[in-house]
Unconditional design. Structure first.
Length: 102
């Protein structure tokens, strides 16, 4: 895998990570999680596809089918393991019904 293929892989994986973040939402930390997971999943998927000899949907030296599959599976697993994102805890203001009678 040469340098242009690596850069193209990073671009495709980043696009997948950004799209997943738009779909799932979250803060900047989640965006970092999704981008990192997409990059790792993309290249792990590529190498697994090469190891198994998959030749489906190739773009130059990149095995896009296995790479995209690896990125998507990685993102789904990371999203499940990270769980729901905690929101800011804003103290709730309770309204008492007795205050109106006074």
């Amino acid at each position: 895998m040469n340098a242009p293929a690596v850069l193209l892989g990073i671009l495709v994986a980043s696009t997948i990570g950004f799209a997943f973040h738009l779909f799932r939402g979250g803060r900047l930390a989640r965006l970092g999680l999704y981008l990192g997971t997409a990059w790792v999943g993309f290249f792990v998927g590529h190498f697994v596809g090469e190891w198994w000899g998959w030749q489906t949907f190739r773009l130059g030296s990149i095995n896009l089918f296995a790479s995209i599959l690896g990125a998507v599976v990685g993102l789904l697993v990371a999203s499940l393991l990270a769980g729901p994102e905690r929101g800011r805890s804003v103290p709730s203001r309770r309204v008492r019904e007795d205050d109106d009678e006074g």
